[in-house]
Design a protein. Sequence first.
Length: 218
Amino acid sequence: MTLELTALTIVLGLVVSIPLGILAAGRHGTWIDLAAMQFAQLGISIPSFWMATILIIIVAARLGWLPPSGFIPVRESLRGNLTHMILPSMSLALPLAAVMTRVVRSAVLEVLNQDYMRVAKAKGLANRQVLWRHGLKNAAIPILTVIGLEMGYLLGGTVLIEEMFFVPGLGQLTVRSLLNRDLPVLQGVLLLYSAAFVLINLIVDLLYGQLDPRIRYD
């Protein structure tokens, strides 16, 4: 379940950060850019466990829109599974979206002043096409790098969130093993976290060559 939580967090974070980062870069220096950066600063400053507490109090307890905790396997109910996974995913997705918004904005701003971007504008392409078709594609490498690092950190960051929302996974297993002083299980989980982190960054390195033929591995 840790992989599912990590995947949902990545999806939610990218759905928010990529459009917001591109919009901030395209409207550089305007109130939109300022608002996006304020959102990023706020998201980075808020710990995930504090955001989880606020979501439980407001969304689950007061509004009653989503269950405060628990877990339903996908094989039993896909809708029930997603309903229970939204709050923990949102708790982790806000800091991720904040970091990625700044990364996307900086990466797109860097490529906006390149010659090929000016040529694309001179050909009469709309700003939206220039940003999405050319800007985002050529800014993908630093974005992919941060995504790989954040995925590795998320695998460890789910420890507290899984315990707060009673989601069975490696995070909850880590906490229970620590409380019960079950050192062999704890060592195995930490070894698995380390291997996953190395594997994710290896995959990211291999994807560099697919995104940019100039650094393709021979």
